[in-house]
Design a protein around this ligand. Structure first.
Ligand code: HEM
Length: 237
């Protein structure tokens, strides 16, 4: 229910932005939808951070580029860390931003490899909690197209908090890339300690998440006359 409310709020925001302004300016969002921050934070919780203005959308989409540059949930820890490093984000940023999976859903197609024919010795990924695995096997068996969805942060799907990290400690991470932060051999060396820290300290997670989001927003932004400010965020003008 909260997810639906949040979605409605964001729809209203995007529509009101579209009709009220076509150019960004100081207080753009405050003027076009004055209460959105309060409403979003009330629904989900979570930290806030200052978002620099002047960012513009690109004019083209590049599926090949997105598939090769964005990390996949099947990639090992070191490979995800390397992709983040290539854009100036460090290992702390990897762990903190993975905490974005404190909300939302993923489709079976993105985690079913953990559930069926996992290895020669185990049909299910042994780093996945057994009762959660049974639920997911049932869910994904009933979905022939792989589009059934499960919570990324089981038992805390729509609250923005450190429950995602608590779940990793008890093998309830949904994606292989999530659980790998805590359970893989590479993760034990590189990321596990920070997962434990965040699982114990919500404020440490919020602080690092806000910092990493700001860094991510500064990766090669289009400014000046490059790209455009969209009137409708889903399509080029
Ligand atoms: C670390 C590398 C990451 C990987 C491998 C990854 C992978 C994924 C995958 C596979 C899904 C499910 C998509 C689907 O079922 O269609 C997903 C969903 C999601 N991801 Fe990530 N992600 C990563 C980083 C991030 C970051 C940095 C954020 C934000 C800070 C984020 C926020 C989300 C959210 C909110 C969803 C749920 C979307 C929804 O419910 O519609 N992810 N991610």
């Amino acid at each position: 229910m909260k997810g639906i409310k949040l979605f409605v709020v964001l729809m209203v925001l995007s529509l009101s932005v579209e009709v009220s302004r076509s150019q960004l300016s100081i207080n753009f969002y405050a003027a076009s939808c004055p209460n959105v921050y309060k409403v979003v934070r009330r629904e989900s919780g979570g930290p806030s951070w200052r978002v620099p203005l002047g960012r513009r959308d690109g004019l083209v989409a590049n599926q090949t580029g997105a598939n090769s540059n964005l990390p996949s949930p099947f990639e090992p820890n070191h490979s995800i860390i390397a992709k983040f490093a290539a854009v100036g984000l460090n290992t702390t940023d990897v762990v903190a931003l993975s905490g974005g999976h404190t909300i939302g859903l993923a489709r079976c197609a993105l985690f079913a490899s953990r559930l069926f024919n996992f290895s020669a010795t185990s049909s299910v990924d042994p780093t996945l909690d057994a009762s959660m695995a049974a639920d997911l096997v049932s869910l994904c068996s009933s979905s022939s197209d792989g589009n059934a969805t499960a919570a990324l942060d089981r038992n805390s799907t729509y609250a923005f908090d450190n429950h995602y990290f608590k779940n990793l400690l008890i093998q309830k991470g949904l994606l292989s890339s999530d659980q790998g932060l805590f359970s893989s051999d590479e993760g034990k060396a590189a990321t596990k300690d920070l997962v434990v820290t965040y699982s114990n300290d919500n404020q440490a997670f919020f602080g690092d998440f806000a910092c990493a989001m700001t860094k991510m927003g500064n990766i090669s932004p289009l400014t000046g006359s490059a790209g455009e400010i969209r009137k409708n965020c889903r399509v080029v003008n």
